[in-house]
Design a protein around this ligand. Sequence first.
Ligand code: MV4
Length: 606
Amino acid sequence: MFDKLLVANRGEIALRVIRTARELEIPTVAVYADGDRAGVWVREADEAYALPGTSAAETYLDQAKLLAILERSGATAVHPGYGFLSENASFARAVEEAGKVFVGPPASAIEVMGDKISARVAAQAAGVAGVPGTTTPTTDPAEIVAFGDEHGWPVAIKAAFGGGGRGMRVVERPADAEAALESAQRESQAAFGRPECYLERYLVWPRHVEVQVFADAHGNALSLGERDCSCQRRHQKLVEESPAPGLSDEVRRAMGQAAVDVALACGYRGAGTVEFLYQDGEFYFLEMNTRLQVEHPVTEEVLGLDLVALQLAVAAGEPLPVRAEDLAPRGHAIECRLNAEDPAKGRFLPSPGTITRFDRADGPGVRTDAGYEAGDTVSQFFDNLVAKLVVWGPTREAARRRMLRALRETRIEGISTTIPAQVAILSHPDFAAVRHSTRWVEENLDLSEVSSPRTPAEATGSAPPAGSTSEGRQLREVEAEVDGRRYQVRLWVPATDPDPPVPRATGSRGADARPTARSAGGRPAPRAADGGGGTGDAAVTVPMQGTIVKVLVSPGDEVEVGQTVCVLEAMKMENAITAERAGIVKEVRVAPGDTVGGGDVVAVID
Ligand code: MV4
């Protein structure tokens, strides 16, 4: 097929590609940034080359370095994985111009789908409707008002060159149009270097359903079924599943056909994902991702197919080795993205660091795709994804329970992970009954009691016995046997460590997650906002490092609980920093352009 394959990526996806290549007896070439020298994918590849540097821009995004390694290694094809250069048309073109094969779609298809306005136009031309919206860039807030009055409020402002929700703003009423457009354009410019935005009617309670498509160079295109990725937080997916639950056969079939029509209309080849919003029995084209997605394993588990093998086959010019009538979907698969983030209080703060323990879940129907092992360090420079936990079960309910079992079996120490949040999601009755939507995790799931200590010892004093303080005490988990029965006991003992770790929050592992969102009919009722009593902190702090892009209050202003004090740009997203208590602004310590670190005080409220 190919004499040698360059895998231009890192972590779990690099290893995922290398595994299939090995099964196909294709020699592989890995690449690594300075901090990745000991990466598991580097060891598993047949050859590995350094990408000198630490940041993504200096390494996995550096086209010149990758093209030089392509030449030097003698590889004849490049698999870009996801992220990095996977949807970069100029890289795809440069690879082809070097006489090598880009394992992905033609550069022209990447270009059409990379511009969300032209993607909408292409889908429309294929007879596939998007959400009612505009097909020219919006520059005037008056257009938003006119659009909302015609199609209904709220209105979504979206970045034409965005994706993943960056640059998206929801405008509830005409008075908010101007500020929202300005903010969307600013975020879009910062993240993508282009300010163009367009409009859509905003759907209030949709599910995110996407269709996996495959096309070959011989005019065949095929749907490999759908995935539901509605459980996400700030556009970071947490749980994905296939098939999408609760769709009628008619909708499922029509959505698959629509996705195939979109792929054929843009001259697609390879693996692609067509995203839809699904609400009230209707589906609407959203965008097309021209790469293999993180969540592809749920499709693999349900169909018993290797999507990387299919990618390599069609990239080599072979006809698709499967036909629609041969597909035999079986059971249900769920994936959890285990990220190095602390979900405590629903904040999901990045938690880079060294993994000191990593016990994988095992047993029937369980698959872990990880890019790290115990001893490896999750760097602040790259994605927080540590591993993907994937389960298969004969039914959705069996898969849901199996995932809970596998989450509890997985033990990761040294970093905090999203596992407790995923336990909360999977064990919630709304998720079990498919009452969730793309807004459910953020608006209905109560993560206030969730915690994810980096190590069990770090739970020190986290729940000290009544009447004691955490000071000078340490939690010890010990086993005891009383009358022939084993007990696991927690003891708060005098600290031997002269500098005991700072208590973080209550609870210890995933099982402590206590979701409490209530359900009311089809749509769960939002939970009460935190700090509603206005007893929050006087000091307004930022949760993470970033740049202040806007300050909305001045000393002497009166503020309410939840009012935006300033806007922080972090990880290329704008975050509203809000007041946790009502009062008068006593001090404002930042100005636009200032760089701040996690925990820094930006204002004080009296
Ligand atoms: C929407 C929407 C509601 N109405 N468009 C966010 C990411 C980007 N791919 C599109 N997104 C959305 N577009 C309209 N007209 C709601 C979302 C959305 C969303 C979509 C998919 C998965 C998670 C989401 C979370 C919040 C909002």
